[in-house]
Design a protein around this ligand. Structure first.
Ligand SMILES: NC(=O)c1ccc[n+]([C@@H]2O[C@H](COP(=O)([O-])OP(=O)(O)OC[C@H]3O[C@@H](n4cnc5c(N)ncnc54)[C@H](OP(=O)(O)O)[C@@H]3O)[C@@H](O)[C@H]2O)c1
Length: 270
């Protein structure tokens, strides 16, 4: 209750931009921000989903919305988002860099273009959007930026190698900017979910056994937003993930990679 009140205090009447708002964690974040009174800029590739979400948020929470279908693999997309928001007089005070996807399998069997696009969406677009919106927040001396990373960012992950590498990039970017930006009144936080209910696993092609014990996207979003307004530099909403991160501090990295390789090895990798 106390947290809801605090979130409302931060969000009421402000514009929040959520990337990847058409599904999973981004959808849950958009709904919770609207519940807290934020006006929403919703972006992802699937226009129909964004429009349905926007209608629902306006009706249920009385907030304003703007939907901008965009493919973040396109280098021009971040500038287009800036022009449609700040350029049109809508100051974005909360930026949620959430859009992303993964690939599960041997690195050499993954499509090369798909892996490159993963880096563009998970990393390049995050840098570009943050670089465009952060200076405006600094000028206003207030703002919030969430970058969605993963517990996969805490160790190399054989068979999800490129994905885990993109997520360590995201986490390090967020953790570093958390220091640079706080002097200007802007809070930056990395949200590091563990296995979460969403479309991610179907798209990445992960094995069924990763289905056990997935956390709900709603719980992940709630903990992420609480951490963001509390000024936490990173948030690990998954309890087992927190334990794993502590344990890994005491083990040689080769052992950790070997354990991850055992856990993630595809059943038939021939
Ligand atoms: N689910 C998990 O277990 C888990 C764990 C740790 C971290 N994460 C991270 O959480 C974030 C959200 O993933 P999720 O689990 O919610 O997966 P999801 O349900 O598949 O949602 C991914 C979102 O990203 C958008 N997206 C993907 N490619 C895009 C592109 N080229 N341009 C614009 N938008 C794009 C999708 O929208 P469109 O398809 O409509 O474009 C969708 O809205 C990701 O960064 C992921 O790495 C997930």
């Amino acid at each position: 209750m106390q947290n809801e009140k605090r979130l409302r205090g931060v969000c009421q009447g402000k514009w929040a931009l959520v990337t990847g708002a058409s599904a999973g964690i981004g959808l849950a974040l958009a709904k919770q921000l609207a519940e807290a009174g934020a006006n929403l800029v919703l972006t992802a590739r699937r226009r129909d989903r964004l429009e349905a979400l926007a209608l629902g948020l306006e009706k249920d929470h009385g907030v304003q919305t703007l939907t901008i279908p965009a493919d973040l693999a396109e280098p021009a997309a971040p500038e287009e988002l800036l022009a449609a928001t700040e350029g049109a007089g809508l100051p974005v005070e909360i930026l949620v860099n959430n859009a992303g996807f993964g690939y599960y399998g041997e690195f050499v069997k993954g499509d090369a273009a798909w892996q490159r696009t993963m880096v563009e969406v998970n990393c390049t677009a995050v840098v570009h959007l943050t670089r465009l919106f952060l200076p405006r927040m600094m000028e206003r001396r207030r703002g919030y930026i969430m970058i969605v990373s993963s517990t996969a960012s805490y160790q190399p992950v054989p068979y999800m190698s490129t994905y885990a590498a993109t997520k360590v990039f995201d986490r390090f970017l967020a953790e570093a900017l958390a220091y640079e930006a706080c002097e200007y009144g802007v809070k930056v936080s990395a949200l590091c979910p563990g296995p979460t209910e969403s479309e991610f696993h179907e798209i990445a092609g992960t094995r069924n056994q990763f289905g056990r014990g997935r956390q709900s996207a709603e719980e992940v979003a709630r903990m992420g937003l609480e951490g963001l307004i509390d000024g936490k530099h990173w948030v690990i909403p998954y309890r087992a993930g927190r334990a794993m991160v502590v344990m890994e501090r005491f083990l040689p990295r080769r052992w950790i990679s070997a354990l991850a390789a055992r856990a993630f090895r595809p059943e038939k990798s021939s």
